[in-house]
Ligand binder design. Structure first.
Ligand code: AMP
Length: 217
């Protein structure tokens, strides 16, 4: 089973994708993570992507489709893919169809996490992550129990994404509205789009997603 998680920045796509990996053995394919890794290692793709990402704009369709294509081949034996943050444009949705079709696969579910956009800037701008175990926190909504110490692994160091600042988040939201939200119309004829309320408790969101996947005919 292959599923796409769609939602604006801060909707909880990464959190829910990670739970699908943990609970169902699916493989998470996050183009954001792949691009951040490319920036970190200073590859050609990373150099091209860095300034675009810092502005909160979208990296070119060709670059992200190529990153996904490579991973589909490497992880071909997996039970299924969770696409997190891809596709983000109609051209990417078409490219994904081609990539999957040539590997005898298809998109089974498109799950949209609906959130109140007014709270997203606050949700995203205060995020930080433990550098050791990657546990996620938030300055206001989910601080560590002891300041400066990770609740899970007791690690003392944390990192923040450089694009999780207010101005960049506003640009990312605007890119989502103008380029990504319209891809739902692309999938509508296949009747595979399902909406989940992303404002409810994280466990409740996971349960709603599980119910959708378990009702797969
Ligand atoms: P994310 O981690 O999904 O929030 O992505 C972080 C940034 O990486 C985005 O703001 C874009 O600049 C870039 N990016 C990630 N995925 C894509 C994609 N599918 N298409 C274009 N740009 C992307």
């Amino acid at each position: 089973m292959n599923i796409i998680l769609v939602g604006p920045p801060g909707a909880g796509k990464g959190t829910q994708a990670q739970r699908l990996v943990d609970n169902r053995g699916m493989v998470q394919l996050s183009t954001g993570d792949m691009l951040r890794a490319a920036v970190k290692c200073g590859s050609r793709v990373g150099v091209q992507a860095q300034t675009v990402m810092e502005r909160g704009e979208l990296v070119s369709d060709d670059i992200v489709a190529a990153l996904i294509g490579e991973r589909l081949d490497n992880d071909q034996l997996s039970g299924g893919f969770v696409f997190d943050g891809f596709p983000r444009t109609q051209a990417q949705a078409c490219a994904l169809d081609v990539l999957l079709h040539s590997r005898d696969r298809k998109v089974d579910h498109v799950i949209v996490l609906d959130v109140d956009e007014d709270i997203l800037v606050d949700r995203v701008a205060g995020r930080f992550t433990c550098t050791q175990c990657k546990a996620g926190y938030h300055d206001n909504f989910k601080p560590t129990t002891t300041p400066g110490v990770c609740d899970q692994c007791k690690g003392p160091t944390f990192s923040r994404r450089s694009d999780d600042n207010e101005e960049t988040v506003r640009n990312r939201l605007s890119e989502y509205r103008s380029k990504t939200a319209p891809i739902l119309a692309y999938y509508a004829p296949e009747r595979i789009v399902e909406h989940v309320d992303g404002m409810i408790d994280i466990d409740a969101v996971s349960n709603r997603i599980a119910a959708i996947l378990d009702h797969d005919p």
